[in-house]
Design a protein around this ligand. Structure first.
Ligand SMILES: [Zn+2]
Length: 190
């Protein structure tokens, strides 16, 4: 199966997911990024697109179809994950068919197959996704999910060049405006 996510190819030290399935952190990141907040484009705009997205990642079979309910569940899961990544606080995830399997370590596996099972795989990936490295961009108009590979896990933006500079330029303008105001009030009092 083709790896469409740009993630590491198979054969590396990864959990025993089926071939072509992205590593948990990448799966969560890519799923959250199906909505581009900035451009307002949504890869999951219909049940058919949801099924296709899951199929392309080896999470659903060629005959699996998504319903409107599945799409609603997917979007609720996606936004709960985005909110959890943004705040690193508890978020209620939609109820998905998972059970604990111990072999020898406990892990969550879907009870059903099909689209709901595939969404359950994404929800379960959270447990194994190096959560402290998964973030969404601090620039509120962006909110792109990314994996922070910096040594001290201090990255705030998806890209320093774009969002980092944007935030800093805004802070600089605000400071400049503030000092201008200050100067103005200074001259007022002179
Ligand atoms: Zn960004």
């Amino acid at each position: 199966m083709i790896n469409l996510t740009g993630g590491r190819p198979g054969g590396s030290r990864e959990p025993p997911y089926s071939m072509g399935m992205p590593a948990p952190a990448e799966l969560v990141r890519d799923f959250v990024n199906t909505l581009d907040v900035e451009c307002d484009t949504d890869e999951l705009a219909s049940p058919a697109e949801l099924a296709l997205w899951l199929r392309e990642r080896g999470l659903a079979g060629p005959l699996d179809r998504a319903t409107d309910d599945d799409l609603a569940t997917a979007l609720a899961l996606r936004e709960a994950l985005r909110a959890a990544l943004r705040t690193h606080h508890d978020q209620a995830l939609p109820v998905l068919p998972l059970r604990v399997v111990v072999d020898p370590l406990p892990r969550l596996v879907p009870v059903e197959s099909g689209v709901r099972g595939a969404l359950a795989v994404i929800a379960a990936a959270v447990a194994d996704a190096s959560w402290d490295r998964l973030k969404v961009c601090a620039e509120i108009t962006c909110q792109w999910a990314f994996i922070d590979v910096s040594k001290n896990r201090s990255r705030s933006w998806c890209s320093m060049r774009v969002c980092g500079n944007r935030t800093k330029t805004r802070a600089y303008r605000a400071r400049k405006q503030g000092s201008r105001r200050l100067q103005a009030s200074n001259t007022d009092t002179v």
